[in-house]
Design a protein around this ligand. Structure first.
Ligand code: N01
Length: 533
């Protein structure tokens, strides 16, 4: 006998930062809400990415919720950039503090979400055989949650363990005494390589494209630093909202073209010392003017050559694409790791991995033998976790079909044909180009207020209009097209996943975006059709 359908006002899929805050916000509206989570614990991307060295690249006191002033006063971050276990502990604390656990259901993968047009309800089914009927369906499925495992010939034949950084075993891995391979050199690889190198007998890195990475400058936070931020948190939060990524990436007023060589060099050195994503504020034309970008890229290459003792290795590691075109990585001892005797680098930029055998990885005629392989090959970003679910809207339209040529949304929040379905930090929103937690809170509050508006006006559904969606998609492309961000094979463009349409997915510019959302709400949800039936 089939299990009875459970009635909800709001189903929330995923229990990362988005799902947890969405549940709290839904409860504030008096909604009967439930979070369904595939993992056995909360945290979303921070639950799965437990690889050694996993750490945030946004300052911890910024990468945290701001919706509750007491919460931000009481929580104590230990380091400038929080490591993955501390972020998970923080999410656990938030769940406990706001008494959310009863409405979060773990080990429950959503398999389908289908809109029942007759009753105006979302029917959600799970891997556990449960069925929910809900008025609202909120996708808190995350931008970087679907691991991208490359389809390399013979992968299944390898006799040792194979890991993906984005699906790391919770019990951890001991690489002592082992010959280990890392495939990929993006943010995850750059964080994990120095630590695996310290433990393994030998480590070999397979690099297709050298990434731009700058020192994270992570360290313990002093009590006075924490106290200073807490004493003036409102100002810091306002500053964060006025920027795209870090607390303060306000660029110099002068473009690099208006500065002398000495001024440019001084600014580059200052940013190098400050570290991590503060680089995005180096020059106002950094992501617009190729010449400025080339200056910064050459500066970083100079640093690589100075840090890596073997000039041949330094040449392979020196990045040559557009600085900031892929997210700039933040590292601790990455380049110095290549000076170790037990670390080697294989350049696969012109000759890809041919196959994986039971013993290791073959490139051309050379077989490199390993005991374990780590794939640090990233994610099917922004759309991957949505595409794992069979999502169908009006007239049986599947989301996959609707987005076959690339995702289309209005504000990254809704897509036409899928009424009462929201995506938190969906494609078309600033999300991954910002401090994610700030963006998530902005989205959750927009959704909460939109639902409250429906309640107050006795309305039943909200759905983006085709005109608004078309105009937004055009605007997102136009903004991205005016920058250098479209000039490399990044996951922002879906270029890392074979066959994925090449479309710039995030929207560049959090402050402008937040202002647009506010205006939309003030105009009675302009660009959305609101209906009573
Ligand atoms: O993934 P990536 P990631 N053969 O896609 C290579 C966030 N993040 O997990 O560049 C060989 O950046 C690929 O090569 P190429 C952050 O937003 C944040 O590292 O495509 N190599 C690349 O080198 C980040 O941007 C933090 O040529 C293959 C690597 O694998 C995002 O997550 C930490 C290959 C993938 O790099 C993703 O980062 C970690 C193949 N077939 C992640 N396929 C922090 O907060 C792919 N590659 C600090």
């Amino acid at each position: 006998m089939p299990a009875p359908i459970k009635e909800l006002d709001t189903v929330i899929i995923g229990s990362g930062f988005s799902g947890v805050y969405m549940l709290h916000a839904a409860r504030q509206l008096g909604l009967n809400a439930r979070v369904l989570e595939a993992g056995s614990g909360p945290g979303g991307t921070w639950f799965w990415n437990r690889y050694p060295g996993a750490r945030c690249d946004i300052e911890s006191m910024q990468y945290s919720y701001q919706f509750d002033k007491d919460l931000q006063q009481e929580w104590e971050w230990s380091e400038r950039y929080a490591a993955q276990p501390e972020i998970l502990a923080y999410i656990d604390h938030v769940i406990e503090r706001f008494d959310l656990a009863d409405d979060i259901q773990f080990d429950t993968r959503v398999t389908s979400a289908i809109f029942d047009e007759i009753n105006g309800r979302w029917i959600v089914e799970t891997s556990t055989g449960e069925k929910f009927s809900s008025k609202f369906c909120i996708m808190a499925t995350g931008c970087l949650s679907a691991a991208n495992m490359p389809d390399i010939k013979g992968r299944e034949t390898f006799s040792g363990p194979v890991y993906h950084t984005g699906e790391w075993p919770p019990e951890g891995v001991d690489f002592s005494g082992l010959k280990v391979a890392v495939v990929g050199t993006g943010s995850s690889a750059i964080q994990t390589i120095p630590l695996v190198a310290e433990q393994a007998d030998q480590l070999t890195v397979f690099q297709r494209t050298p990434a731009f990475t700058v020192p994270a400058r992570n360290r313990a936070l002093t009590q006075s630093e924490k106290d200073n931020v807490k004493a003036d948190y409102d100002t810091y939060r306002a500053l964060g909202k006025s920027q795209d990524v870090a607390w303060d990436t306000t660029p110099n007023e002068k473009a690099a073209s208006e500065m002398s060589d000495a001024e440019i060099l001084a600014e580059c050195e200052r940013r190098w010392e400050k570290g991590a994503l503060y680089w995005y504020g180096a020059f106002p034309d950094l992501l617009i003017d190729q010449k400025t970008n080339d200056i910064v890229a050459e500066f970083v290459r100079g640093k690589v050559r100075a840090m890596v003792t073997d000039p041949k290795v330094a040449d392979i590691l020196a990045p040559h694409s557009v600085f900031g075109c892929k997210r700039v990585c933040a590292d601790t001892n990455y380049y110095a790791t290549y000076n170790r005797d037990n670390v080697s680098l294989v350049d696969i930029s012109s000759r890809p991995i041919d196959e994986i055998t039971s013993d290791g990885i073959r490139v051309d005629e050379t077989l490199y033998e390993f005991d374990a392989i780590i794939f640090a090959t990233g994610f099917d970003a922004m759309t991957g976790s949505l595409n794992k679910i069979d999502i169908r809207g009006r007239d049986g339209l599947t989301l996959k079909d609707k987005w076959a040529a690339g995702p289309r949304t209005y504000l990254g929040l809704q897509t036409v044909g899928f009424p009462n379905m929201f995506t938190i930090s969906g494609p078309g929103s600033p999300s991954v180009l910002t401090c994610m937690v700030t963006s998530i809170e902005q989205h959750v509050e927009f959704i909460r207020d939109a639902i409250a508006y429906l309640q107050e006006h006795n309305l039943k559904y909200i759905e983006a209009t085709a005109e608004a969606e078309d105009a937004w998609v055009e605007h997102v492309n136009e903004v991205a097209g005016s920058t250098l961000l479209i000039n490399c094979n990044s996951w922002y463009l879906g270029a890392n996943v074979p066959g994925k349409p090449r479309v710039f997915m995030p929207y560049l510019g959090f402050p402008a975006y937040a202002a647009k959302c506010e205006e939309v709400a003030q105009q009675g949800y302009e660009g959305f059709a609101l209906g009573a039936t």
